[in-house]
Structures are given as structure tokens and as C-alpha cells.
Design a protein around this ligand. Structure first.
Ligand SMILES: Cc1ncc(COP(=O)(O)O)c(C=O)c1O
Length: 353
């Protein structure tokens, strides 16, 4: 296995800290399928409280939390709408269609940034027997493939104002809602107040090894609990994992600001080395989406050249390299990644003619 000097592939890579392992080792547990794991219950209640929803449901993955949320709102043959880069349509392997018979329509959003006019223009419900009925709008915050974009709270409010009177539900994919909260100062509960269900991940920037929580009404979570079991996601003495989540909530939320500052520092250096490859002002959180268009590099070649020097990134598209900061990338690793990548970017400073 390669030892990376700066592993910027994803914020899912973090390993539990010694203190987190201690918390896991000492967790009180019970059988969670019977609702008897006290640590899982504590986690669900804590996250529900933080987000201002009635109840929570612990799931093994963010994808499962999202998919449970989607199926609560959309009947087979109905549709959800979301932006074309959203994780639910791009990276969950068609699960909404496969498991729930949901069709999807998308709008285009540069950087994944929500413009309320886009979902509103797509809504079609109560349109009779010819057109697919829109049952759900999905918003992702922060936006992963958009480059860690924080969604403006006013935009979320505006979508809610248009959808609620029409009986169209909203689900928030808040895998990185913690990052949005730290970057914007908007309360978690304020983001979550405008949606029917929200999923949050503990295993990304927060550094837990496993786990997400779905939040919503008590009735909705009771339904989701049944479907979680049907999907094979009923877990037993899983307080061991929930303890990691509780530890992360205690110790790893405020420190996300460090990841954001390091990502911004790197983006500033990249912009200086290769003007046009990134606008540092767009780096709001822990993700840097580098455009290789004007650099002469293909994403695959740039990623390979950086890898050879111990810096790992992800070729995220025809002209995009994604770099993600997290708990296991400190100032020293950031400085090293900046040195390596700025040197490579300078090596081929313009398009090859
Ligand atoms: C925005 C977003 N939602 C959901 C997920 C799914 O999480 P998991 O990998 O735990 O299924 C991810 C994972 O990267 C994500 O970035």
C-alpha cells in the first residue's frame, strides 16, 4: 500500500483517532434492530436535536440514508428533481430507480450552486395522466462534485416556499452539512428547517469510520426503519460505531474550519501557479476542484504525476481534478501538496499547441 504524504483523494479516508477508538471500545451496546442499543439511540437523539427534527435513524452509509429519504417521498413512477451533479443521481448507481421505481430529472448548476428558479421551473405535479408527477426536490449541501459549494439559505427557503404549497417534498443531502454550517455560520437547524428529511454523514470530514443519520418526523423515521431492515441495513450491537459518531460530534466539528483554511490556502497557491485553474474565492469549504483546461495537463496525467510524488488526488471529469482536505491532512502535508502541485502546474503553464 502506498504511503501518501498528502492523501487528498477524499474526506472518507480518515482513520479513527486513538481517542475515538477509546470511545468505541467503551460504548454501551444492545441489539439495535430491537431499538435496544443505548449509544445508537443517544446518537439519533443528539443529531435530531441538533437539526431540529423529531427523530433520527442511524444508517451504515450516506447512500442508504439518502435512498431511505427518497423513497419516503416518491412513489414508483413519480420523479425527483435535482441538479445534474448531485450525488443521488451521479454516484448512487441508479439506486432510486432500482429500489424505488423513481425517475429523475435534472437541472444544470455551475458549481452545483442552487438557483431556486431551476427546480421551480421543473416542477410538474397535478398534471394529469400524461406527465410524470414531481414529488421531491433534492438539494445537496455542501455540494461535493460542485467543489464543496455552500448553498445559500435564502435559495433553500425560496425553493421551500414554492414547493410546499404544491405538496412537493424536499430532501437535503447533507453529507457535508457540518462543513456548510462551519463555513457560513448558519445553524444546522436552520438549514434543516426547510426540508422534510435530511441525511448527514459522520464518516466524511467528521472522521468516524462508518455511519450516517437520516432525520425527519417520528412517523417518517418509523417507516424508514422498516425499509432499512428490508435493505439489509438493520445492525445489531452497533453502538460501537455510533460511539465514534458521538465522539466526532464532540471533537471534530469546529476543527473543520482548519480543513477549509488549508483548502483555501492551497487554492490561492494553485491560482498563482496556473492562473485560471481555480478561483480561490469559490473554495468555501474543504474541496478544491481544479480545472486543468488551461494548464496543458489532462486530469489523469496530473493525478499520476502528483501520485508519483506522494500526493493523491482524483480525476473528477474531462478537465477536473478534485482535492479534498480532512482530519488526516495537516499543515505540513498541505505545504507539501502545494509544493508538488504548484511545481507541476508551472511545468506546463499553458495549453499545448
Ligand atoms: C454528497 C454526498 N452524499 C452522499 C454520499 C454517500 O455516502 P456513502 O459513501 O457513505 O454512501 C456522499 C459520499 O461521498 C456524498 O459526497
Amino acid at each position: 500500500m502506498t504511503t501518501w504524504r498528502a492523501d487528498l483523494l477524499s474526506d472518507t479516508l480518515t482513520r479513527p483517532t486513538p481517542a475515538m477508538r477509546q470511545a468505541m471500545a467503551h460504548a454501551e451496546v444492545g441489539d439495535d434492530v430491537f431499538g435496544e442499543d443505548p449509544t445508537v439511540r443517544a446518537l439519533e437523539e443528539r443529531v435530531a436535536g441538533l437539526l431540529g427534527h423529531e427523530a433520527g435513524l442511524f444508517t451504515p452509509t450516506g447512500s442508504m440514508a439518502n435512498q431511505l429519504g427518497l423513497r419516503l417521498h416518491v412513489r414508483p413512477g413519480e420523479e425527483l428533481v435535482c441538479d445534474s451533479l448531485a450525488h443521488v443521481v451521479r454516484a448512487e448507481l441508479g439506486a432510486a430507480a432500482v429500489f424505488s421505481g423513481i425517475s429523475s430529472r435534472t437541472w444544470t448548476a455551475p458549481r452545483g450552486l442552487l438557483d431556486p428558479a431551476d427546480p421551480i421551473a421543473l416542477l410538474q405535479n397535478g398534471v394529469g395522466p400524461y406527465q410524470v408527477c414531481t414529488a421531491l426536490v433534492v438539494v445537496e449541501n455542501t455540494h461535493n462534485f460542485g467543489g464543496g459549494t455552500v448553498q445559500p439559505i435564502e435559495a433553500i427557503r425560496a425553493v421551500r416556499a414554492a414547493t410546499q404549497p404544491r405538496g412537493v417534498a424536499m430532501h437535503l443531502d447533507g453529507a457535508r452539512l457540518w462543513n456548510a454550517h462551519i463555513a457560513s455560520g448558519v445553524a444546522l437547524a436552520e438549514y434543516a428547517a426547510h426540508v422534510d428529511t435530511v441525511s448527514v454523514c459522520l464518516s466524511k470530514g467528521l472522521g468516524a469510520p462508518v455511519g450516517s443519520v437520516l432525520l425527519g418526523s417520528a412517523d417518517a423515521m418509523a417507516q424508514a426503519r422498516i425499509w432499512r431492515k428490508r435493505y439489509g441495513g438493520g445492525m445489531r450491537q452497533v453502538g460501537i460505531l455510533a460511539a465514534a459518531g458521538l465522539h466526532a460530534l464532540d471533537h471534530h466539528v469546529d476543527r473543520l474550519a482548519d480543513d477549509h483554511a488549508r483548502a483555501r490556502r492551497a487554492a490561492e497557491a494553485f491560482a498563482e501557479a496556473a492562473p485560471g485553474c481555480i478561483d480561490p474565492a469559490t473554495v468555501q469549504t474543504n474541496i478544491v476542484m481544479l480545472s486543468t483546461a488551461a494548464t496543458g495537463w489532462t486530469p489523469a496525467d496530473l493525478v499520476a504525476a502528483a501520485s508519483a510524488q506522494g500526493v493523491r488526488g482524483y480525476a473528477a471529469g474531462p478537465a477536473l481534478v478534485r482535492l479534498v482536505w480532512h482530519l488526516d491532512v495537516d499543515d505540513e502535508a498541505t505545504a507539501y501538496a502545494i509544493d508538488v502541485l504548484t511545481a507541476l502546474l508551472r511545468e506546463r503553464p499553458g495549453p499545448q499547441l
